[in-house]
Ligand binder design. Structure first.
Ligand code: GCB
Ligand code: CA
Length: 865
């Protein structure tokens, strides 16, 4: 009996399924793939070593992260043989590619189908019906991500991964259906021209494929979120004309970030008898919104500061071949951060993203990859316009979208340097794109994002959209932390002076943070998690305080891979609030504390669970270090190993406590309260206490590793969290450097140390990137005994010849070191020596330059006997 019921249930499910009329399924599985060009791709006898892959797939998952320059940009082939399910008589069969980067050519049974699709980020569909035969059909797709002068992006701070990296769908319809293979692959356009609390009007435009003869109707049915029919309308269709339906409802549930209420619109093609020929569903969110340059954004009449992030479609080791689960999880994490705003940068992304924005209530802007410069020819312009049309049409029905952005930092490659013709082309490209937005969609704002001075864009005449966005890295690439407030205020005024009616969005801001770098003295460009925290705190103070910043997007939601980046983590842009594997950095918790409207508390640095420090005094059994708690309660109490360290009030959602860490395990508990809810967070910190007096008998010296030339701790995450301490000047009884200076960052960034060189032979770039140049000695006043001394050296991008000798306690241990000659530039070298201290002298390492300058990147001393 049980079994029968199950079977019946299954059957009803099946009937329900087939009644959807339109059949869709993914065909991601089991493709044969070949990277390279093929003379005869359809020749089954040809000796080609095809590899089996699953879509989403990219051929650049590894070569972005390796040490070699560049990544494969060229041609590749995908093929599979499949039987098309027979669902209807005379059925129409389509393939829909959510994206393929960047030129895709489709062949079915050896014949080309449709034109090549140009552009790596927009969805397209092709009607393959006429190319099909009985039995097995061979589907072949050539995808090419070579540089192409006619396709944007021409240049950008991200990698142009090749592949069919989003789902491929097979769609089967009856001969009468809503268009599939049109520009942008969407046939239903839902508009809500009038919305108030009392009523809402909805209009639906449908593109149909139908025969000349016969009477057909489009039927539109609106359902509530719990699937109750609200209204149903029907209108007769005519051949070759779009169908239009419109109706109103009373007392609509409104869509907003706080209450993202979604109705469902079911669009059907029916005949007189009520037979259904096709059926498509779309979300409907009733909302009205407005951007005001002075008062900011409002939705349904409610002023709403837009705060959120930008996002790339990238995940560590997967390039852009990212699953729907990862996409959806990202939007959940953003929502849980308290964000209400997403800049989908720098190109349209997976459909899962906007589905989640609609469902969770994130206001979104969407853009095309017109980045850094224009494709400087007529075809390039046409392709860019086409991409914009595809992007708008495909994503039209998402209530979360409020603006279409035509490009990002389009003046990055200064137009002046390319001559008059380019400038003309460039300016007219902006104009036609802005105009296209208005033609395609009158219900949203047009938007463009710049980074240069407002006056610069004004002079060129490209501030032609309703909204302007500015990407500003004050406190990172330019200017100091303390001046962020002043600089932002001035920037906003300069923009509003030029165009008082153009609302201003801070479309990017941020700074890099390598989760392995930590500091109690964070400085600009040190890539510590702690500087990133400070930077965002400064920004948020100002952003929340200036109503004229109508919205702000952190750059970036997550770290992402960029082939040419040479920061602390090579090939990674580390400005994410979470890592490229989605591990939360401290600053993510700060945003939660500032933005969430539900009770929240966190020990923001809890992931830094392996720490070390020098004991407070000669025989002290603890070292005091600060820890920051973030929360939205009034105050917070902190306990260390069960003992209260007192209560502190939150200021701007943060409170800092001095923690006397003891050697070994430390349990930190933070307790707060909000709206009657008890909040608690804990951190377990394993602490390595370094004696202040290295000869101390209370705390015996064992081992120390120092990140020479840096204020930062470095945690070797892939080496059991081995801990490197910040550098310091020598003090009697302890350790430290004598002489020399920090290696200045090659850019003129004030205070910035280290280099932007990717170091070979190591994963620990930050240790080698920071150095002490001209160092005379490194001293450790350790007790007598035998020690293992490790020296870490690298010569980075130097032109001069540098030769040095290294002595320990007067005896030469390594002479005539010419790093560049022996190992080449930019290679990290580590060597260990057995040395000993006698007569209470400790270990004194001397560096003597024979030519040029001495240098040291890291030093480690471990007691052996
Ligand atoms: C920008 C760009 C973005 C970069 C970012 C950065 O202004 O729009 O694509 O990744 O700066 O990190 O430098
Ligand atoms: Ca170093």
């Amino acid at each position: 009996m049980q079994k029968l019921i199950k079977l019946l249930l299954l059957l009803t499910c099946f009937i329900g399924y087939t009644q959807q009329v339109r059949h869709t399924e993914t065909i991601n599985e089991s493709w044969s793939f070949y990277k390279g060009s093929l003379d005869n791709p359809f020749d089954k006898a040809a000796k080609v070593s095809w590899e089996k892959v699953t879509i989403p797939h990219s051929w650049n998952t590894e070569d972005i992260l390796d040490d070699k320059n560049g990544y494969y940009r060229g041609e590749a082939w995908y093929k599979k043989t499949m039987t098309i399910p027979q669902i209807y008589e005379n059925q129409q069969v389509f393939l829909l590619f959510e994206a393929a980067n960047q030129v895709a050519s489709l062949f079915v049974n050896g014949k080309p189908v449709g034109e090549d699709h140009i552009g790596g980020y927009t969805t397209f569909a092709r009607d393959i019906t006429s190319a099909l035969k009985e039995g097995g059909n061979e589907i072949v797709i050539r995808v090419d991500n070579s540089h192409n002068d006619e396709i944007v992006p021409q240049s950008a701070d991200f990698s142009f991964y090749g592949g069919i990296y989003r789902d491929v769908q097979l769609i089967i319809t009856k001969p009468i259906h809503f268009e599939v293979a049109n520009l942008g692959a969407n046939a239903i356009f839902v508009r809500t021209p009038e919305v108030s609390e009392a009523s809402a009007k909805i209009t639906v435009q449908s593109k149909l494929v139908r025969p000349k003869k016969g009477t057909y109707y489009t039927k539109q049915s609106l359902f509530t979120a719990d699937n109750k029919l609200v209204k149903e309308v029907k209108s007769r269709t005519s051949f070759q004309k779009d169908a239009h339906n419109s109706f109103s409802i009373a007392n609509p549930n409104l869509w907003s970030p706080e209450t993202p209420y979604l109705y469902k619109l079911v669009s059907e093609i029916v005949d007189k008898k009520g037979n259904v020929y096709d059926r498509v569903e779309n979300p409907v969110g009733f909302r009205w919104f407005n951007f005001d340059p002075k008062k900011g954004f409002s939705i349904n009449g409610k002023p709403t500061k837009l705060i959120g992030t930008c996002r790339h479609q990238d995940f560590l080791g997967k390039a852009n071949a990212v699953s729907d689960e990862i996409h959806r999880n990202d939007i959940k994490l953003l929502k849980d951060m308290g964000a209400n705003f997403l800049r989908i940068a720098h190109y349209p992304q997976d459909p899962a993203i906007l589905e989640m924005c609609d469902k969770l209530g994130l206001v979104a802007t969407l853009e095309i990859p017109f980045v850094n410069k224009a494709a400087a020819n007529e075809a390039g312009k046409q392709n860019t316009v086409n991409m914009l049309k595809e992007a708008i049409r495909f994503n039209y029905n998402h209530p979360s979208i409020v603006a279409w952005n035509l490009g990002n930092e389009t003046t990055m490659k200064a137009p002046d340097t390319f001559g008059e013709d380019y400038i003309k082309h460039f300016v007219s490209t902006h104009e036609v794109l802005a105009q296209t937005i208005k033609e395609e969609d009158k219900t949203r704002y047009s938007y463009s994002v710049f980074f240069r001075e407002p006056a610069y864009q004004d002079r060129l005449g490209i501030r032609v959209t309703d909204l302007v966005g500015y990407n500003k890295y004050y406190g990172w690439y330019v200017e100091e932390l303390e001046d962020i407030d002043k600089n932002l205020r001035n920037l906003v005024s300069r923009s509003l002076e030029l165009d008082p009616d153009k609302p201003f969005i801070l479309s990017e801001y941020g700074g890099g943070a390598d989760p392995r770098l930590r500091s109690y003295n964070p400085t600009r460009f040190d890539f510590s998690v702690d500087y990133q925290f400070l930077l965002h705190k400064h920004y948020m103070k100002t952003i929340l305080d200036i109503p004229e910043i109508v919205g702000a997007n952190v750059w970036n939601y997550a770290d992402f891979q960029v082939e040419h980046r040479k920061d602390a983590v090579p090939h990674i842009n580390s400005k994410g609030l979470v890592s490229a594997k989605r591990e939360k950095k401290d600053v993510y918790y700060l945003y939660q504390a500032l933005l969430k409207n539900t009770p929240f508390l966190a020990i923001s640095s809890k992931s830094w669970n392996k720490r070390s420090g020098i004991a407070d005094a000669k025989d002290a059994t603890f070292a005091t270090q600060p820890i920051t708690i973030v929360g939205n309660g009034k105050d917070v109490e902190v306990f260390l190993n069960g003992t209260s360290l007192g209560k502190k009030a939150f200021e701007f959602s943060t409170a800092t406590f001095d923690i006397p860490f003891v050697k070994g395990q430390n349990l930190i508990e933070a307790i707060s309260e909000k709206e009657g809810k008890l909040l608690k967070d804990v951190a377990f910190v394993d602490f390595n206490l370094i004696p202040k007096d290295l000869k101390s008998n209370t705390n015996k010296f064992e081992e120390i590793a120092i990140n020479v030339g840096s204020y930062c701790y470095f945690i070797e995450s892939d080496n059991m969290d081995y801990l490197w301490m910040p550098d310091k000047a020598y003090e009697k009884g302890g350790f430290g450097y004598i002489g020399g200076d920090f290696l200045k960052h090659p850019s003129k960034r004030r205070n910035a140390i280290g280099t932007d060189v990717s170091v070979k032979g190591t994963e620990n770039d930050p240790i080698y990137q920071t150095q002490r140049i001209g160092i005379e000695s490194y001293r450790f006043d350790v007790p007598d005994g035998t020690y293992e001394l490790s020296l870490l050296l690298a010569e980075l991008k130097t032109n001069d010849e540098n030769i040095m000798d290294i002595m320990v306690n007067g005896k030469t241990i390594w002479s005539n070191i010419n790093l560049k000659k022996a190992y080449g530039n930019d290679r990290g070298i580590a060597k260990r020596f057995l040395v000993s201290s006698n007569d209470n002298k400790g270990i004194i390492v001397d560096f003597k330059a024979k030519k040029g300058k001495t240098r040291l990147s890291g030093i480690k001393l471990r007691k052996v006997n």
